[in-house]
Design a protein around this ligand. Sequence first.
Ligand code: CP
Length: 306
Amino acid sequence: MRSVIDILDLSVEELDELLAVAQDIIDNPEKYQNACAHKKLATLFFEPSTRTRLSFEAAMYELGGNVLSVTGGNTSSVAKGESVADTAKTVSCYADIIAMRHPKEGAALVAANNASIPVINAGDGGHCHPTQTLADLLTIKREKGGFDGLTIGLCGDLKFGRTVHSLINAMSRYRDIRFILVSPEELKLPSYVKNETLKKYGLPYVQTNDLLEHLPEMDVLYMTRVQRERFFNEEDYLRLKDTYVLTPDKLKTAKSDLCIMHPLPRVNEISVAIDNDPRACYFKQVLNGKYMRMALILKLLKEAAV
Ligand code: CP
């Protein structure tokens, strides 16, 4: 059974196909309004979410399907100690596809290995968030026209930011990509992402703690929140949380067509004064996420039916 746990589970050709379907959904929504009639999506969210859960649910409703939902660890038998494996086997009896968010790295893979229906990883701890990456890719494609030759700045919590890890993996497969990794020392990109992706594929990158130094070179600036929930020590979080706050004055040296992104939720990383700047793309990402999740649900249900 085909599941999507990591963005690398999808080939570049499949990403192209998903991007094309998402664009077709945007252009011709009526074509898709009954595409998932009588199908059920189970959203199992054992960690807080606004965008990912609601966009999956909106996606399924707009495809004419239905939704079963578990939110929070206290409203299901997980609170009684039921395992992820047993939960996945059980939900397979009721639904046609699962989207699952869980605080533990690897939980989505365990669910996929035990479910008899497709499982989509909607975020597993600090590991991966492939459908956020689908939203990011559609946003970059619509804003920049394509992926090759881009200089991408990633700023903030590069250690725990699972959206950063997934985006680096996805972008590493396009041509002439360059990364500028901006973080405090304590929140640098994990060495496994550096070794298994950046170094392995010989991708040029700069590591710095100075956002302004390299801002003029960037085509995309991907800001991230410091992930409070993954810190062991509140003092460290409080010390690091406002290291980077993007304000209009800091954008003076940026390109006029810079694409400013953020997976959201935003805490303090981007001033609201930037929201009306034409370069602000973070709410476009939110909407694009729904279209890409529609395309992914369609693809996995179609493959499961064969
Ligand atoms: N970007 C993202 O995953 O947002 P939520 O946590 O609100 O789902």
